[in-house]
Design a protein around this ligand. Structure first.
Ligand SMILES: Cc1ncc(C[n+]2csc(CCOP(=O)(O)OP(=O)(O)O)c2C)c(N)n1
Ligand SMILES: [Mg+2]
Length: 386
């Protein structure tokens, strides 16, 4: 339990700026792989911090148009219900292969996308359903892809981990941990080379940060001043291994100082805090062609994948984090600000459930990929004009 408290106590938002050399060292683990538990949190301080974060979200709400807020809430609810439906489809044997749900992390994709332009690029890991929907892929195409059907965004050949749609600049869905990080760096290089002002957003989990590809990419991105935003969704576990057991320096945002990159530590349960932090990074990328590293602290409420028995953490730990469920938090704040009433919330829920039902119907009715499709999409068919 102390570990949970430790991570909750670390939810401090650090202003967006390059780390200074004179700053005190970050909290760290000791050398035997056991996390320090000396900072067991005072429950009163924790409550105060939650209250403060709540009022910060309310302030951001005041500065945002109601229509935008309701749109963001609907998207978060859509992703939540879509993922619940995916779990159901998986249990029924309709969805095969690997399937990693995004429940608990919705505020990250929705908040980040609110700060992007539609022509900006996005790359992510295998936990990609939420990002694809937030980027503008139709939920029907996502569900059909999970079903392995021809109507899916990758024509049924990618499945859950390999969603892709070049038309909306959603460049995957990648199964190799950290594999998308150098790819995104290359995409950012390409946009700079071509002279566009598009930015590239690259999502990955905190376990990917231990890969060499992460460090090589950040080094190049700052050296070549690339408009790439590296978004670490720190959900505190890589499969069944906690952050404390796997990472010597657990403050991911601090790693940016090794490459002189601007970084920020963000509360991933606050959709508007994410939007604002990504917005600052987008400005830096678009206007000054500079990279950023954002560590967005979140938590996954479900197992790593659908086949995870979850023996490495307690129910109590999950429930502790569910107190700050991003959907619940945002809904409550909108209600308190009188921006949404129960009746309208019920309407949103109803329309989302209908939309999700339609995704299942679409997937069910979509045909299996034809056998000859095995030989298509193997090599690139990009024309020589591009
Ligand atoms: C290079 C590589 N090593 C190992 C794996 C197996 N693997 C799949 S997911 C995962 C954990 C990744 O955790 P994290 O990066 O924190 O992302 P999360 O699943 O929490 O979103 C591992 C080790 C892999 N897919 N690729
Ligand atoms: Mg993780």
């Amino acid at each position: 339990m102390q570990l949970i408290f430790k991570s909750m106590s670390e939810l401090k938002v650090i202003p967006m700026r390059p780390r200074g050399k004179d700053e005190p060292p970050p909290p760290n683990s000791n050398f035997n792989g056991q996390a320090e538990v000396t900072d067991a949190i005072d429950p009163i301080a924790l409550k105060q911090e939650h209250e403060q974060r709540k009022s910060e979200q309310q302030e951001r709400i005041e500065d945002t148009e109601r229509e935008t807020l309701i749109g963001m809430l609907r998207q978060m609810i859509l992703i939540r219900r879509f993922e619940e439906k995916s779990a159901e489809g998986y249990s029924l044997g309709k969805i095969g292969g690997f399937c990693h749900l995004y429940i608990g992390q919705e505020a990250v994709a929705v908040g980040a996308m609110a700060a992007l332009r539609p022509d900006d690029y996005l790359l992510t890991s295998y936990r990609d359903h939420g990002h694809a929907i937030a980027k503008g892929m139709s939920a029907e195409e996502v569900m059909a892809e999970l079903y392995g059907k021809a109507g899916g965004c990758s024509a049924g050949k990618g499945g859950s981990m390999h969603l892709f749609d070049g038309d909306i600049n959603f460049l995957g869905g990648h199964g190799i941990v950290g594999g998308q990080i150098p790819l995104a760096t290359g995409v950012a290089f390409a946009t700079k080379y071509k002279g566009t002002d598009q930015v590239t957003l690259c999502f990955f989990g905190e376990a990917a940060v231990n890969q060499g590809a992460f460090h090589e990419s950040l080094n190049m991105a700052q050296l070549w001043k690339l408009p790439c935003i590296y978004v670490c969704e720190n959900n505190q576990y890589g499969m069944g291994t906690s952050l404390e057991r796997a990472m010597s320096l657990q403050d991911v945002s601090q790693k940016a100082c090794a490459y002189d990159i601007a970084s920020e530590f963000v509360d991933g349960m606050d959709v508007l805090a994410v939007r604002d932090a990504v917005g600052r990074a987008v400005k830096r990328a678009r206007e000054s062609s500079l990279p950023s590293l954002l560590e967005i602290r979140t938590y996954r409420f479900m197992g790593h994948s659908m086949s995870d028995p979850g023996n490495y953490r307690t129910r109590a730990e999950i429930e502790k984090h569910q107190e700050r469920d991003p959907v619940k938090l945002f809904t409550q704040n909108l209600k308190e600000k009188n921006l949404i009433a129960d009746a309208q919330l019920a309407d949103i829920e109803k329309s989302v459930r209908e939309e999700v039902e339609r995704t299942v119907q679409f997937a069910e009715q979509s045909p299996e990929p034809a056998p000859e499709e095995l030989y298509t999409h193997v090599y690139s068919t990009v024309s020589s004009e591009q």
